[in-house]
Design a protein around this ligand. Structure first.
Ligand code: AMP
Ligand code: GLY
Length: 438
């Protein structure tokens, strides 16, 4: 198949890499992509938020499938634009992507579909916020209603900090926020592939959202992930399918906005049972980096079947028993103001280690000055160009082995000022993750 992937992150690099490893041959294109993706696919300098431009490119390429990675193009209606020119697209319409783009919309759908989630109050002024904070008590959970790249949520024992975040959300245009009850228990991400009617789950993963070891510091887009989850009940996937994914996909179809793409179900396994923390309308980053290398079935066929309403025709997915761990290498300052333009070294050394590969996110290639031919990447220098710079992935027969590989890989990377968490998958390896007793 001729496949065009939209996006620039390590998630999209993981998607392109999985397609490149398919047993089916593909011609791969990406827009705009990144230098790592450029080693596997032809890059096109098209604005991923411009639906007409993406649709035109897809038509020019005579693409068989367009895969949209990030949330912003989905919310901007890029999937609608591509569908309109008659090309199959993996990714929901703008209307269906509201499951991610609006927390209050997601809560409404969950209520209609009977999906277990945190109790919540939608607030549009300070007085409502105070009442909701008092009703639930501490720890407080305050969420911006709109898209905020994983940074719109504050969980804090401090009422003043909760109020301060609420004021920031309310100050935005159409300011609206959600105050929720606090959910205890470990989190799980489960990707559910949907074709508008049928749903096929992938394997669970866990990500690490806080910037620092021991879940300290502010939330980020995600600092690392692992799969499988040795502590997770086997019955979880079936339960989430029955109680969450299928009812949600059915409710979206009932509303006339069928969901096609990946419904990312973020769960907390609480003392009172499974609760949905959030929905996303796309693959998670960095969870994708550990889920896809474990998939043995052809990924392209799965995405195409979802895009064309034919998931029911697929045989059951097959999975490797191997474990995968990814560690994100971030720029100095991330998740705040980041420093960019520093040279990245050591990727080839990391990839020389058996079981290690490196996915690009915020990287760019700059030209070397004339006469300097000490070039490493296609005649230029590879430099940092964003918050999350690389996702180093380690694979192994069990979690401890995969974890060791990932950190062996990270140790090869040189990037001035960069930081990473040193405890990704550690608690799971030490059997320290458990579901609180009810
Ligand atoms: P969200 O953007 O809704 O995924 O929230 C980001 C992160 O905040 C989640 O992954 C959780 O770690 C945390 N969080 C969100 N909602 C809650 C909640 N109700 N109780 C506890 N933690 C939460
Ligand atoms: N890993 C969290 C997210 O993709 O939103």
């Amino acid at each position: 198949m001729k496949i065009l992937v939209i996006g620039t992150g390590a998630r999209e690099h993981a998607i392109v890499r999985a397609l490149a490893h398919d047993t089916d041959p593909h011609e791969l294109h990406a827009a705009p992509g990144n230098p790592g993706i450029g080693e596997l696919a032809t890059l096109h300098p098209v604005d991923p938020l411009d639906g007409d431009a993406v649709a035109t490119l897809a038509r020019e390429l005579t693409a068989d499938l367009v895969v949209i990675g990030p949330e912003a193009p989905l919310a901007a209606g890029v999937a609608d634009a591509v569908r309109q020119v008659g090309i199959p697209v993996f990714g929901p319409s703008a209307a269906a992507a509201r499951l991610e783009a609006s927390k209050s919309f997601a809560k409404d759908v969950m209520a209609a579909a009977g999906v277990p989630t945190a109790l919540a109050h939608v607030c549009t002024d300070d007085e409502q916020v105070r009442a909701a904070l008092d009703a639930f008590g501490a720890p407080h959970v305050v969420k911006d209603d709109g898209l905020a790249a994983g940074k719109g949520v504050v969980v804090t024992p401090d009422r003043e900090a909760a109020l301060a975040h609420a004021r920031e959300c309310l100050a935005k245009q159409d300011g609206c926020l959600v105050v929720e009850e606090f959910l205890d228990g470990p989190e799980v991400s489960l990707f559910c592939i949907a074709d508008g009617a049928d749903v096929v789950p992938l394997v669970p993963a866990q990500d690490f959202k806080r910037v620092g070891d021991g879940d300290s510091g502010p939330n980020t887009g995600g600092m690392g992930a692992y799969s499988p989850l040795p502590w997770c009940p086997e019955a979880l996937v079936e339960e989430v399918l029955e109680r969450v994914a299928r009812p949600t996909v059915a409710e979206m179809a009932r509303r006339g906005t069928p969901f096609v793409g990946v419904l990312y179900v973020g769960l907390a396994l609480t003392s009172r049972g499974v609760r949905v923390v959030e929905f996303n309308a796309r693959f998670g980053d960095p969870e994708t980096q550990v889920v896809l290398p474990r998939l043995l079935s052809p990924f392209g066929r799965l995405l195409h079947a979802a895009a064309t309403g034919r998931l029911a025709d697929l045989p059951p997915l097959r999975w490797s028993e191997d474990a995968a761990v990814t560690v994100v290498v971030a720029s100095e300052g991330y998740p705040g103001t980041v420093r960019s333009g520093d040279e990245i070294m050591g990727i080839a050394d990391a990839e020389a280690i058996d079981g290690v590969h490196v996915l690009h996110a915020g990287t760019a290639i700059t030209r070397r000055p004339a006469g300097d031919d000490d070039s490493t990447v296609r005649g230029g220098r590879l430099v940092s160009a964003g918050g999350r710079v690389l996702s180093v992935v380690g694979l192994g027969p069990d979690l401890a082995a995969a974890r060791a590989k990932a950190y062996e890989g990270v140790a090869q990377i040189e990037l001035a000022g960069s930081h990473h968490r040193s405890d990704i998958a550690l608690a799971a390896c030490e059997s320290r993750v458990s579901i609180p007793a009810g």
